[in-house]
Design a protein around this ligand. Structure first.
Ligand code: FES
Ligand code: FES
Length: 171
């Protein structure tokens, strides 16, 4: 008989209990199949495509490569846990993807959105090479990456304009 375990995860700010898990189960499986969070996509299960990218504490990881039980006591953020500013259901990164046509079939989009957010949290003013490096682990079979890069550049530009207006204060 396969041994099962029960453990707790902190997912998108909520305490979640995972029951009946087998010891070698991946975080990706737990998120999608046990906790009903299908935003992180399952494609290669080998850390090659980036479609399952989530934040584990303050690091971007491939959820398919993390044992679910090892995430116990740590903070997991999935694409479902991202929220926009001022009541917007979408983040500025998600909106830029839509505005620039960076979404086609959409399969890769959650992973790419997580990667761009991760970069901008660490480096608010990335140059083009840094943008390209940040998404280099995310495979997209539809867009040819041009529109994805355009979306990433757009969000950097919009944030730059917003912080300029803030620093200038009211007219
Ligand atoms: S499914 Fe995790 S990297 Fe591809
Ligand atoms: S939009 Fe289809 S795989 Fe990227």
């Amino acid at each position: 008989m396969t041994e099962t375990v029960t453990y707790e995860l902190m997912v998108n700010g909520e305490r979640r209990v995972v029951e009946g898990s087998w010891l070698g189960e991946s975080l990706l499986f737990a998120l999608r199949e046990r906790l009903g969070l299908p935003g992180s996509k399952n494609a290669c299960e080998q850390g090659e495509c980036g479609s399952c990218s989530v934040r584990l504490d303050d690091r971007l990881v491939c959820a398919c490569l993390v044992l679910a039980a090892d995430a116990q006591g740590r903070s997991v953020t999935t694409v479902e846990g991202l929220t926009g500013a001022d009541g917007d259901a979408l983040t500025d990164v998600q909106r830029a993807f839509l505005d620039e046509g960076g979404v086609q079939c959409g399969f890769c989009t959650p992973g790419l959105v997580m990667s761009v957010h991760d970069l901008l949290d660490r480096n608010p003013t990335p140059d083009d090479l840094e943008l390209r490096e940040a998404i280099s682990g995310n495979l997209c079979r539809c867009t040819g990456y041009g529109r994805i890069l355009a979306a990433a550049r757009t969000v950097v530009a919009r944030r730059g304009e917003a912080s300029l207006h803030e620093s200038e204060g009211p007219a």
